[in-house]
Design a protein around this ligand. Structure first.
Ligand code: ATP
Ligand code: MG
Length: 440
């Protein structure tokens, strides 16, 4: 991508409305724009990051055996009357009427709709277990939308829903998502700790929130400090192994970890003082097992091996991609801007032409840009005629992991500089060496 032809509206000044660093940096880097309170457009740079986050989430959902579909944002109120949540949900739900005066709503979550899909076509235990997910916009009319896309009214959610014949089966399904979440957040460069959680309006029996420790987090959390160094389940984890997944769950729940709603002071005080971590955290994921809470009122049942009908046991599993993007920034930035983990960076490499219009600089940059693009890298080429200082500031602000800098003096020697955004380390090398480093 040539910056001269891209759309990346950088802000020079610090936006006054932004209270936390991630919101400030997302606005300054031209990633998002607020359209009305708590409702955002994702501008091209932000969209690239969001897509990469979603690709990792999707990859790990698929690995764990979940199957992707897509459900609409607008739902009929009738379904929610069946479950009893239409009246229970309160003002967070945006209620709308269509031209025939039929009550509709903008979905805050999809338990009812997915249960409806399930009951219309699954009739036998032989079709279980089943886990269906989508990545879709949600709307919740939050009392206090704030911190940009961290807590917005319209936001994106990956929500998965599992269906099993028995409680034991449902627990295995829960453990699959538990392990998938550990892997997902790790691949996003985050350390998320599962904490026992309240089941809230979703209702249910077993629930964990996945929390990232950050000073700007809205939740107060308490946990054992060893969680920070626990091993993440590997890529070859066998998701069909009941024992294997139970062992992962047992290990990751063996030490104290709870949010303030579930906090047990006495149990926490039993943790040796030096191992206690009380901190603030950002909830990036939340999983629930809720048994037959929806399947009973909505009549979602299957025939079991005993020939009888059974209400299915369900769970639901949410991750917030539009919250994860700022959460990643909270965890990874410095005074100059964002430092993206390579896995979600909007571009892999930025090529900075320090003197656009200079024949040697232009030719060198074009050569590098073409070679790296051909090798499958996402390259941003700063070919604008801005001052070098402005270009450096922009490259640091948008946080691309590698900068290749071509200035007239180095280029005259057949060289460029390669800068690591995270460490700030700079290395001068031949043009060929710079290309080879990223093509190999
Ligand atoms: P919170 O306690 O932060 O209000 P929640 O418990 O209501 O969130 P869930 O219903 O568990 O949220 O939703 C699953 C995930 O969706 C959350 O873990 C979070 O990552 C994301 N999410 C929920 N509400 C918002 C929001 N208003 N803005 C952005 N992401 C959100
Ligand atoms: Mg939650």
């Amino acid at each position: 991508m040539r910056l001269s032809r891209y759309f990346m509206p950088i802000l020079k000044e610090n936006p006054k409305e932004a209270e936390i660093v991630s919101h400030r940096l997302m606005l300054r880097a031209g990633m998002i724009r607020q359209q009305s309170q708590g409702i955002y457009s994702w501008l091209p740079l932000g969209k690239r990051v969001l897509d990469k986050v979603n690709a990792i989430i999707r990859d790990e959902q698929n690995r764990a055996g979940a199957i992707e579909l897509s459900m609409p944002t607008l739902q009929s109120a009738e379904l929610w009357q069946e479950s009893g949540r239409y009246d229970a949900y309160g003002k967070e739900m945006l209620r709308i009427k269509d031209r025939q005066d039929r009550p509709m709503l903008y979905g805050p979550t999809n338990e009812e709709m997915v249960t409806d899909i399930f009951r219309s076509s699954v009739k036998s235990y032989k079709d279980l277990p089943l886990n269906l997910y989508h990545i879709q916009l949600k709307f919740r009319d939050e009392i206090r939308p704030r911190f940009g896309t961290m807590r917005s009214r319209e936001f994106m959610m990956k929500d998965a829903y599992s269906f099993d014949l028995t409680r034991e089966g449902a627990e295995h399904s829960y453990n699959k998502m538990f392990a998938a979440y550990l892997r997902t957040f790790d691949r996003l460069g985050l350390r998320a700790i599962p904490m026992r959680a309240d089941t809230g309006p979703i209702g249910g029996k077993l629930s964990h929130e996945f929390i990232i420790l950050a000073d700007t987090g809205e939740s107060e959390v308490f946990c054992h400090k060893d969680f920070v160094d626990f091993d993440i389940p590997g890529a070859h984890t066998d998701f069909d192994s009941v024992e294997g997944l139970q062992a992962i769950f047992d290990k990751w729940t063996s030490l104290y970890a709870a949010t303030s709603e579930m906090h047990d002071e006495a149990a926490f005080n039993a943790v040796p003082e030096g191992d206690r971590l009380s901190a603030r955290g950002i909830e990036v994921g939340h999983i629930f097992y809720f048994g037959t809470k929806y399947s009973e009122p909505m009549g979602a049942k299957v025939q079991g091996p005993d020939g009888k009908e059974h209400f299915v046991h369900m769970g639901s599993y949410g991750i917030g991609p539009t919250r994860l993007v700022p959460a990643i920034i909270e965890a990874s930035h410095d005074d100059n801007g964002i430092i993206w983990p390579a896995s979600v960076a909007p571009f892999d490499i930025v090529v900075i032409n320090m003197k656009a219009g200079d024949q040697a600089c232009d030719a060198t940059c074009e050569l590098i840009y073409a070679a790296l693009t051909k090798a499958g890298k996402d390259v941003l080429y700063d070919d604008t005629d801005d001052r070098a200082g402005t270009k450096f500031a922009t490259a640091d602000l948008i946080g691309v992991p590698v900068q290749i800098i071509a200035g007239p003096r180095a280029v005259a020697n057949g060289e460029v500089e390669v800068k690591d955004r995270k460490t700030g380390a700079r290395e001068t090398m031949t043009i060929e060496a710079a290309i080879n480093r990223f093509v190999a």
